[in-house]
Design a protein around this ligand. Structure first.
Ligand SMILES: [Zn+2]
Length: 449
């Protein structure tokens, strides 16, 4: 059957689902796994929702689609901003499918704001904040507002009252699922996708309680997944048996050991200086600064000719400072646990440049940095360390209200009535699986706009 139903559970780890199935907490998922392919999946670097779902929708890695994190900076002005869907450099699968005449419904997927025209309905995900401006066609937004639809849970509630936040999360989830069925019943969609952000939000505030068997919150965590399982049961009942059904997440989760403020480290080591105490923007950076960081774990050299007040020259000086920072950060130890913090650090071009660009890089001796907006260094932490980008913090390591954090290699994918390739699998490969399920093999992921 050349149609597909997709349910995305943001930040749900493969290993968690395996355990919940084994503990009989998700009987419907257990039944589904018995008739489907189900495996662990890699996220992308960095494993945050806007980057990973951009890879899902475009079938490409960040170096190609152009989204490297939640925030981006303009090196010329040093202004920072949140990259939205209009910065994607590669066509999305919903655009490709629309152009080949498929009927498309896509709801709540990150990086779909502002909404692009589709042959059907597109409802924005969490980077949009007003639903009446977040849908295509526009009138759907008015309808959703009247139904009490919520784009994303209000995480501020978690800071004042976890009980209130938990009930609110359930409310947001239930409204989304109701809305999903409302549109499902309207016509025979070829591509029908709903993304659930509430799992990620639950994990950020409750993961540690679950892992440590907190007397109240562990059970509530599991109750949330039992609710998800009931919805999976309804999906199994309501969609045709022969219809391809895909469930997937975009990254895994683990207990947050410590937040790590990389700009604090750069400042302690003398690489980053400010024009005033308690800096708030990159414009408060002193022109002598050598490097600064953006969330999560991206380091930019303050490069002459690229950044507004660049101080490091291209060529040898640039390469030396990158190596120096890389070596030192790989040795960084968190004093309380005496554990190393950074698992690996990549040069931006090793992760994000393509063959042609690489040739140019070698020939032009790092001048690439002037032409590309990808980071100069990308840090991959050991599981449990969250590499923050705040400009100023009193401490290098902190533990705040957040108690769960993302992991790179424990996302999952499940596919019924379709085939997953053998071996390790990345979220960037799912677009080609979807094209195959829909029998549109002529569409190739990764075509640039
Ligand atoms: Zn998250």
């Amino acid at each position: 059957m050349n149609r597909i139903f997709i349910l995305a559970l943001d930040g749900t780890p493969y290993t968690l689902l395996k355990r919940l199935i084994a503990e009989n907490r998700m009987p419907n998922l257990k039944q589904l796994v018995g008739t489907a392919s189900f495996k662990q999946m890699d996220s992308v670097i960095p494993p945050v929702s806007s980057v990973a779902w951009a890879s899902f929708m475009t079938g490409s890695q960040p170096g190609k689609h152009g989204i490297y994190g939640f925030v981006e900076r303009d090196p010329v002005t040093l202004n920072w901003f949140v990259p939205l869907s209009n910065r994607l450099k590669v066509k999305t699968l919903q655009t490709n499918l629309s152009e080949s005449g498929k009927k498309v419904f896509i709801m709540n997927v990150p990086m779909t704001y502002p909404p692009s025209p589709v042959n059907g309905i597109s409802i924005c995900g969490f980077l949009g904040n007003e639903i009446t401006r977040g849908t295509y066609p526009a009138e759907i937004g008015t309808l959703l507002k009247a139904r009490g639809y919520i784009i994303d849970a209000n995480t501020e509630l978690a800071k004042s009252d976890l009980n209130v936040f938990y009930e609110h999360l359930i409310d947001v989830l239930e409204k989304r699922i109701e809305t999903m069925w409302h549109f499902w019943d309207q016509q025979n969609w070829d591509f029908f996708m709903t993304h659930i952000m509430e799992t990620d939000r639950l994990h950020h505030f409750f993961w540690e309680y679950m892992e440590w068997n907190h007397p109240v919150w562990a059970e509530k965590f599991y109750r949330f997944y039992e609710l998800i399982d009931r919805h999976i049961g309804h999906i199994i009942k309501r969609i045709p048996d022969k219809m391809p059904l895909m469930l997937l997440s975009d990254h895994g989760f683990t207990v947050l050991k410590k937040e790590v403020y990389l700009n604090r480290w750069l400042s302690d080591e003398g690489y980053l200086k400010f024009l005033r105490p308690y800096p708030e923007t990159l414009e408060d950076m002193h022109p002598d600064s050598k490097a600064y960081s953006l969330y999560p774990g991206r380091i930019y050299i303050n490069l002459k000719g690229r950044e507004k007040n660049g101080s490091v020259t291209t060529g040898l000086a640039y390469e030396q400072i990158r190596q120096e920072i890389r070596q030192k950060l790989l040795e960084l130890v968190e004093p309380e646990s005496e554990s190393k913090v950074i698992r690996d650090i990549f040069l931006g071009e090793d992760l994000y440049a393509f063959n042609d660009d690489r040739k140019a890089i070698i020939q032009n001796d790092s001048l690439h940095a002037i032409h590309n907006n990808f980071p100069d260094l990308v840090c991959i932490p050991y599981d449990g360390y969250d590499l923050k980008g705040n400009l100023w913090r009193d401490n290098l390591f902190e533990k705040t209200i957040f108690n769960g954090t993302h992991t790179l290699d424990d996302a999952f994918i499940l596919l019924r009535n379709g085939e997953l390739p053998p071996g390790r699998f990345s979220i960037a490969q799912s677009a080609s699986i979807i094209y195959r399920c829909l029998n549109v093999d002529n569409l190739v992921p990764g075509a640039e706009i």
